[in-house]
Write a protein that binds this ligand. Structure first.
Ligand code: ADP
Ligand code: MG
Length: 261
C-alpha cells in the first residue's frame, strides 16, 4: 500500500481554437478528490472529460486554474511517479511482451528495472495475468490487454490513479467482471482514483462520489455521493437503491436545463 495523494482542481478553464471553431472544453472546473477516495466522472461524449484528465495529469496546460496532486504541480507529480494512468485504448507496444509493456513507465522515469522484476510479476498476478508475462499483446483478448494497461498504470506504485474509459471497448459482461476486479485492485493499492466512464452503473459500483459533467461549456453540474458500503458485490447492480441512484444520475446527464446560455 502506498500513501494516497489527494487531487485538487481549482477554477480550470481550457478553450480550443482552430479552423474558425472555438470549443470551450472546460469552464471554471473545480473538483477536490480527497486522498484515498474513488471519484467517477460521467458526462456526454465531447463534454470535456478527457481534457480535464489531461490537464490534471499535466499533459495539457489550462488557460486558467490550478492543479495539485499530493500538494505538487502535476508535472512534478508525474516525474516522481506519483501518478499512474490507463486509457480506453490499452496502447500496448505490440513487439514487447506483457512484462516489458508493464515495465515501460519505469524506463521512462529512468528507474532501475532489476528490483522491479518481482514487483511486475506480483502486479500481473494482481490483475489476473499470472503466467502471461511473456505473451505478446497480439496473443491476448481485449479484456486481458486492458488488464495489462492497468498493471502498467500501477507499476510506479502511484498515489493517484487516472483511468479514462478503461473498459469502454469491452462488452457488458466483461466490463462487469473488470469492475469487480478493479474494486479489488483499488482496495489493495490504496491509491486515490479518478475514473472517467460513460457507464452510470460502472460509476456507481466503483465510486465514493460521481461528478456529473455537461458540455458547451464543459463543467461539473453536480457531485453525487454514493452511499453503498464496501466491499460491494455484484448483487448491488440488482438492488432498488442502485437503480434509483442510476435514474437520478441519468436525469442529471440528460437535463438540458443545466446547459449554460
Ligand atoms: P470527452 O472526453 O468528454 O469526450 P474531450 O475532452 O475529449 O471530451 O473533448 C472536449 C471538447 O474539446 C470536444 O469538443 C473536442 O472536440 C475538443 N477538443 C479536445 N481536444 C482538442 C484539441 N487538442 N484541439 C481542438 N479541440 C479539442
Ligand atoms: Mg474522452
Amino acid at each position: 500500500m502506498t500513501a494516497p495523494a489527494g487531487l485538487t482542481l481549482t477554477g480550470l478553464s481550457r478553450t480550443f481554437r482552430g479552423r474558425g471553431k472555438v470549443v470551450e472544453a472546460l469552464r471554471d472546473v473545480s473538483l477536490d478528490c480527497p486522498a484515498g477516495s474513488f471519484t467517477a466522472l460521467i458526462g456526454p461524449s465531447g463534454c470535456g472529460k478527457s481534457t480535464m484528465l489531461r490537464v490534471a495529469l499535466g499533459l495539457e496546460t489550462p488557460d486558467a486554474g490550478r492543479v495539485t496532486i499530493g500538494g505538487q504541480p502535476p508535472g512534478s507529480a508525474r516525474a516522481a511517479g506519483v501518478t499512474g494512468v490507463a486509457f480506453q485504448d490499452a496502447a500496448l507496444l505490440p513487439w514487447r511482451t506483457v512484462e516489458q509493456n508493464v515495465a515501460l513507465p519505469l524506463e521512462v522515469l529512468g528507474r532501475d528495472l532489476g528490483p522491479a522484476a518481482a514487483r511486475i510479476r506480483d502486479l500481473l498476478a494482481l490483475v489476473g495475468l499470472a503466467g502471461h508475462e511473456r505473451a505478446l499483446p497480439g496473443e491476448l483478448s481485449g479484456g486481458m490487454r486492458q488488464r495489462v494497461a492497468i498493471a502498467r498504470a500501477l507499476v510506479t506504485e502511484p498515489r493517484m490513479l487516472f483511468l479514462d474509459e478503461p473498459f469502454g471497448a469491452l462488452d457488458q459482461i466483461l466490463r462487469r467482471q473488470m469492475n469487480i476486479e478493479l474494486q479489488r485492485i483499488w482496495g489493495e493499492t490504496g491509491a486515490t482514483a479518478l475514473l472517467v466512464t460513460h457507464g452510470i452503473d460502472e460509476a456507481i459500483f466503483l465510486a465514493d462520489r460521481v461528478a456529473v459533467m455537461q458540455g458547451g461549456p464543459g463543467r461539473i453540474v453536480e457531485l453525487v455521493e454514493v452511499p453503498f458500503p464496501r466491499p460491494r458485490t455484484p448483487g448491488l447492480f440488482a438492488e432498488d437503491a442502485f437503480h434509483r441512484l442510476e435514474d437520478r444520475l441519468a436525469g442529471l446527464l440528460h437535463d438540458d436545463s443545466a446547459h449554460a446560455a
